[in-house]
Design a protein around this ligand. Structure first.
Ligand SMILES: [Zn+2]
Length: 144
């Protein structure tokens, strides 16, 4: 897994950017925030806030951002554990009631996360397994 890729990621919670120009762009061989210059290879903080500094520009389904922000709320202050993936999966289970390791469904609708729209309330388990969790693990373990 690599954080390189054209317009694939954005700087989460960038204080300098409007919503649409937070993308991470290639510069001097690294990936930096187009708005504030935050570098993807900045040293980790040692908390799980590191999982949430970048996010995929493309979510899976409508409920995924709600889950992502809920995870951030819960985990940002937690010191980075040895097994980041297991910690993320446990928190995901707390938030959604779904077990990423054993649930073989591709998507699940959670009525409590339905804020309207075509795919309202749907969590994309494929996206979390293939993209969401791997990026968060990579961010929290970078440089380690
Ligand atoms: Zn930024």
């Amino acid at each position: 897994m690599t954080t390189r890729g054209f317009h694939a990621f954005e700087h989460a919670a960038c204080t300098q950017a409007a919503l649409w120009d937070t993308e991470m762009v290639e510069r001097d061989g690294g990936l930096v925030c187009a708005a504030c210059g935050y570098a993807a290879d900045s040293p980790p903080t040692g908390t799980l806030a590191d999982c949430f500094d970048l996010k995929h520009r493309q979510w899976g389904l409508r409920a995924d951002p709600h889950v992502w922000y809920e995870l951030k709320e819960r985990l940002a202050d937690v010191p980075t554990p040895d097994d980041v993936e297991a910690t993320l999966q446990a928190a995901f289970r707390d938030v959604t009631g779904l077990d990423l390791a054993t649930d073989t469904r591709e998507m699940v609708r959670l009525p409590e996360l339905d804020h309207g729209g075509m795919s309202g309330g749907f969590v994309d388990l494929r996206w979390w397994r293939a993209k969401g969790i791997p990026l968060m693990v990579e961010r929290a373990t970078r440089g380690g």
